[in-house]
Design a protein around this ligand. Sequence first.
Ligand code: SF4
Length: 343
Amino acid sequence: MTADSEFVFELRVCQRIEREWPPGSPADSVVVARQLGTRHRRWDTVVVECDPGGLAARARFGQRALDSDLLHVVRHAPAEWAWYRDALPDPGYPWRYVREAIHRAADRGVVEARTDGNRLHVRRRWPYPEWVDRIVAVENKPDLDASAARDLAPQLSRDVALALADEVWVATVPTERRIEPVLFEDLPVEAGVLVVGEALEPVWHPRTLPVEDPGTRIVENPSPGGADRSAARFEYADPEWKATKRLEIAERAYERGWRSFAGTMRPDCRHFELRTDGRDILPWCRAKDRNQSARECAGSCPAFEPEPPAWRTRGWPIEGGPGKAIERLLERRRARRRPGPPD
Ligand code: SF4
C-alpha cells in the first residue's frame, strides 16, 4: 500500500469506508463520494452518514442530484395545489428562477405543476425526507510525514473554522514507524487521523464540529501560525447558508458516489482493466503494468490505444465495448449499495 498514488489511495479509502464506518463497525447507510465540496474547498472523500429510512425515501427523487434551486422547490412544495408564490418562501432571488425550477422539477417528476389561468400552481409528490445525519470530510495523505502535516494544517484549520462538516479526518497508510507525535502538533487538534490498512484504525479521534453555529471562512491568511496576522481576512458563514450547502454536498455525493472515477479516465482504452486487490477494485493499466492515476489515464496518454472496433461489434453489438461494460459494472455495483424507495 505504501506505493499507492494519492488517487489509488483515495479509491481504497472510499471502499474501506463504504464497508466499515464508523471505524470498527460494518457500514450501514453511508454514501461515500470523492472530490466534492464548495467553490472554495474540495474534499478528497466525503462520507454522508444517513438516516436509513430517509435514505430510502430520498431514492424516490431519482439518482440525479437536486441542485439548490430544485431543493428550494421540493422542500417547500405543499401537499395540496397552491399558487407557487403562496406556497414557497421568498427565495431571496428573482421569482422567475423559482418558476424555472418548478418546471425543471416537474419535468424530472419530483413535483407536480399546472397552470390555473396564468398562475403557476405546484404540489408535492412526496415530502423531501431528512436523510442526512452527518457529513464527514476526509483528506487523503498516504505519505503523511511532518512536512505533509504542516502543508495540510492551513486547509484543515479552515475546515475547522467553517465547521461545514461534522468531522474532519486525515487518512494515511500504516507504516513500520509509530506516527510521530510531532505530526499531531502540526495538525489542528480537532482533526482526526485515520490509518487505513486492512481495517480502519483511528489513531487520533476528531472533535465534533459545531455545524449548526455560525462559521468563519478564512479568506486570506498569509502567515498561518506566524507572527504577522494583520493581513488575515475572515468572512462570516451563517447557519442557514451552511445547512443549504451541506444538503447540496450530500445531494451531489448521492449522485456521484466514488465509482464515477471511470468517467474521468479512459475505460475505452484497450489497456484499461479493473482488478481486485483484496476486496478493493482498482483501475489497472496493462501497458504500464500498474494502477494508473486518473490524471495519466487520459486522451493525452502516449500509450492510449482505442478498443479495436471488433471488440465493439463482437459480443457487444449495441451497448458498446468493454469500456462501456466497465462503466455499467461500476454503476450496477453502485445501485446495489443504494436502497430502493419505500413502497
Ligand atoms: S495506456 Fe494510458 S489511457 Fe490506456 S489504460 Fe493505460 S494509462 Fe489509461
